[in-house]
Design a protein around this ligand. Structure first.
Ligand SMILES: [Zn+2]
Length: 448
């Protein structure tokens, strides 16, 4: 069977609902301009009767696709044939129960779980999406690709591009990218174009460039990327013994992850593979809190797919009129016009989700705690911990509930924030280096 026959693209706008086969490449619905989803005729696909059937693949890890933490679940994202599937060993990530970080957030022992997506080959969760999108790019015969990026996307895209033999171009905002990430894009051979503007400006420009030059777009507008990102949730459920946590906490930037997570759980529930969906907490930084403002203050909601566009248009017009540009040390979520906004609203609907914003100070303190008691993470990732602490204090999340926080990127992605925090004594958990004279006795006095 040609598995791609069972998958198709579908516009999320219920008043349009246009459908397209997966052999085509769009980044928006060609009929109405809305976002596209990948949908499946599940009855045509060999979906396992229970999730634990996927465990068998651990015994065949010498098989390329069984080794991948994304393609191990390939029956749940069957949009292309195996021969097109690209893998560089993505998704070998772990879920760690961490009571020390949990205690910081106000949780009881054994209730907080950290999903370390920084363990991916390029150091962030993006590899989950890129392996899927590049498989599609190969299926449609793309020769060149591009993305706008705050950093992690560019690193992941350029890594996969050179493995697939595609030319790649990344668009970054001037001065708005962490050096660890920029170094990766340059090292992996991408053409890097620094635009005088922020991420939202880059996002607009890259769509224009891709349209004019026919490049394959790898931002999370690309619905195939989100199919790969669903697997982060499968791995959490897998590592919890095929059970679902009470809550997922995730940083909110361009909202691709939260969009993918809601879709993942909705599909699993629809297939009868899980009995309940978890609730989701999406955490913005206060300097880039469009989602928080729109959902909590402007009451923007999914509304069966009929989102009130005027609220969004008015909000963005106001940002433009004020010359607003987002600012947060968590550069990966420094985004004020999130492209997946509507899909994220759908996730909030599916998962009874909530949205909060946390300060840079709270993010940096939480990051230091994840470093001290866990495996470390980049600043944006720590927003999930800072948000959890906030929500436990608020009484929204109970200290006895099981919470999985998604830590999206590796600590070495943004060493500047880490060094400043510790070296300059910026926070309550700063761990400053001590200067010592070049003298053994004096040095011995300093060792505790
Ligand atoms: Zn449409």
């Amino acid at each position: 069977m040609n598995i791609s026959d069972a998958a198709y693209q579908k516009c999320i706008n219920p008043d349009c609902g246009a459908e397209f086969d997966c052999g085509q490449s769009f980044f928006k619905c060609p009929k109405c301009g809305e976002l596209l989803d990948i949908r499946y005729d599940w009855e045509k696909l060999p979906v396992p009767a229970k999730l634990s059937d996927f465990s068998k693949r651990w015994a065949s890890r010498d098989e390329r696709l069984d080794f991948s933490g994304v393609w191990r679940f390939r029956e749940l994202l069957s949009f292309c044939q195996d021969k097109y599937k690209v893998s560089i060993g993505e998704g070998q990530t772990i879920l760690e129960e961490n009571s020390k970080v949990g205690e910081y957030a106000g949780m009881r022992p054994g209730r907080l779980f950290l999903q370390y997506e920084g363990l991916n080959p390029s150091g962030s969760f993006k590899d989950n999406g890129m392996t899927a999108a590049f498989s599609h790019a190969k299926m449609v015969g793309a020769g060149s690709c591009a993305c706008a990026s705050t950093g992690n996307t560019s690193a992941s895209m350029s890594l996969y591009a050179h493995r697939c033999g595609l030319k790649s171009t990344v668009f970054i905002g001037s001065g708005r990218i962490a050096f660890g990430k920029l170094s990766q894009a340059m090292d992996y051979g991408a053409q890097t174009i620094q635009i005088r503007g922020d991420f939202d400006d880059c996002m607009r420009q890259v769509q224009g460039v891709c349209t004019k030059l026919g490049l394959y777009l790898l931002n999370s507008l690309n619905p195939f990327r989100l199919e790969g990102q669903k697997t982060i949730m499968y791995r959490i459920v897998e590592q919890m013994g095929w059970s679902v946590p009470d809550w997922i906490a995730v940083p909110g930037g361009n909202l691709g992850n939260s969009s993918a997570f809601g879709k993942a759980f909705e599909e699993l529930r629809g297939l009868g593979l899980i009995a309940k969906v978890p609730r989701i907490a999406i955490i913005n930084a206060t300097g880039a809190d469009t989602l928080t403002d729109l959902v909590n203050n402007k009451k923007l909601a999914w509304n069966g797919g009929r989102v009130e566009q005027k609220i969004i248009d008015d909000y963005y017009a106001d940002l433009t009129a004020r010359g607003f540009s987002p600012h947060t040390c968590a550069s990966a979520i420094e985004i004020s016009r999130p492209v997946n906004l509507k899909k994220c609203l759908r996730t909030i609907d599916i998962c009874d989700g909530i949205v909060r914003a946390v300060t840079d100070e709270a993010i940096c303190d939480a990051k230091a705690i994840v470093g001290k008691y866990g495996l470390g993470c980049e600043p944006a990732s720590a927003a999930s911990i800072a948000g959890l602490k906030h929500l436990v204090a608020e009484g929204v999340i109970g200290s006895d509930e099981r919470v999985a926080c998604v830590l999206t990127g590796h600590p070495l992605k943004d060493p500047n924030v880490t060094v400043s925090y510790h070296k300059d004594g910026q926070g309550q958990f700063s761990n400053r280096p001590i200067e010592a004279p070049n003298d053994l006795d004096e040095i011995l006095k300093l060792i505790k």
